[in-house]
Design a protein around this ligand. Structure first.
Ligand code: SER
Length: 397
């Protein structure tokens, strides 16, 4: 069977919900509106927060889209097979319209009939209740009726919120078995990592307040679902990592040709960070030492730290035009193309080289002795040399 392409997967998801009365609202920018304390959009529901809290949405109560997101909380995980800095979420919403059971039934229908995942490869989890909110009986009954195996979880395992305060609720996650063909599924989502979560359905019925984490019931009972695009594409294309999907095809072909990065996690990091940078640049964010701009600066420095480990002559100025154009087109960014991205990368690279030269001089004064936390604090605060840099590129441990 020919694997489904990313484009086909996105269209199937969107059409499925459009046929069920959802309006495609398109993706919003990575930059949340002014006043939002968060630097970048971190989930599909993030731009919809006011509508989940009750403001009427101009396109109605049933919505669908693909939203680009950026998370820096997992930067150290980038290089494994699933974590990405910029990623996309397929999402559907009921803003006070239908309830959780209908959303779960549609979830099953799309995965099983739309994407052809055999039912024996599916498993779900349901919120088992905590001190504040009881077991999600409705979801449990729905899955039992559909006939999928259910695992009840405790703690915050099946509770979703986008931050310490705001809309939140119990969720039900759908997992796909990714063990080799012919091996019957084993264990449960919490006991066997070959169960991979693809789709989260959040019964967004509560709001968490600042005072002592108190919960109140939202006046509008919503459903918010999100499916990580790269993750579901890797599952449907039957590959072990997001980097092996068609989404990364030009990256994983051209980067090794250009720089010959040999170790797999280094190669993945370079592809992820440069691709994310192109998106952030396309959103108008320029490198700086604080706030939003520190994210691209950090991504560039981490990329160079990896590239220069084997060969300090590698330069980001060589980044192929095809990679910039492919990424800008995939994320539908209207930009001036390859030139401005390369100029920005060259400028940052020069700045970083100068910082490292200064760093080497400063470090030579320590005569190779082991550095203490106080030394690291001084190097960081006085000379702008973060610990990861001193230990990484400057090679002091
Ligand atoms: N907000 C939930 C998530 O990001 C579902 O969309 O997982």
């Amino acid at each position: 069977m020919t694997p489904l392409t990313t484009e086909h997967i996105v269209d199937t998801f969107t059409d499925f919900f459009r046929e069920r009365g959802h309006q495609d609202i398109g993706g919003s920018s990575l930059l949340p509106p002014p006043g939002d304390p968060v630097l970048f959009t971190t989930s599909g529901m993030h731009p919809l927060t006011p509508y989940l809290e009750g403001r009427p949405h101009p396109l109605g109560r049933r919505l669908v889209n693909t939203q680009r997101c950026l998370r820096t909380t997992d930067l150290d995980e980038v290089g494994d097979s699933t974590h990405l800095t910029v990623f996309e979420m397929l999402g559907s919403w009921s803003l006070g319209d239908y309830g959780g059971p209908r959303s779960l039934r549609w979830g099953y229908e799309l995965l099983h009939e739309g994407f052809g995942i055999p039912r024996e490869r599916l498993h779900v989890t349901v919120f088992g209740g905590d001190g504040q909110v009881g077991l999600d009986q409705e979801s449990l009954d729905t899955w039992r009726d559909i006939g999928l195996p259910v695992e009840l979880t405790g703690g915050d395992e099946n509770w979703w919120s986008n931050g310490p305060t705001g809309p939140c609720g119990p969720d039900s996650e759908i997992f796909v078995w990714t063990g080799p063909d012919g091996t019957p599924p084993q264990g449960t989502p919490t006991t066997d990592p070959r169960w991979v979560e693809v789709w989260n359905h959040v019964m967004m019925r509560y709001r968490r307040h600042e005072e002592g984490g108190r919960l109140s019931t939202l006046r509008q009972q919503n459903v918010d679902t999100g499916m990580g695009l790269e993750r579901v594409v890797s599952v449907l294309q039957g590959v072990d990592s997001v980097y092996e999907t068609d989404l990364f095809e030009p990256w994983t072909r051209l980067v090794p040709e250009l720089w010959g990065v040999e170790d797999e996690s280094g190669l993945r990091l370079v592809c992820d960070h440069l691709r994310s940078l192109i998106v952030v640049h396309g959103e108008g964010v320029r490198p700086s030492n604080t706030g939003r701009g520190y994210v691209p600066r950090r991504l560039i420095r981490r990329t160079l730290t990896t590239l220069w480990r084997d060969d300090p002559d590698r330069t980001l100025g060589d980044l192929p035009r095809e990679l910039v154009e492919h990424t800008e087109s995939h994320f539908r960014l209207s930009t001036d193309g390859h030139g401005p991205v390369i100029d920005m990368l060259r400028e940052e690279e020069d700045r970083f080289r100068r910082l490292l030269e200064r760093g080497r001089k400063v470090l030579s004064r320590y005569g190779g002795r082991e550095l203490t936390d106080i030394d690291y604090g001084y190097l960081h605060d006085t000379h702008g040399l973060p610990r990861e840099l001193v230990q990484g590129v400057l090679g002091v441990g």
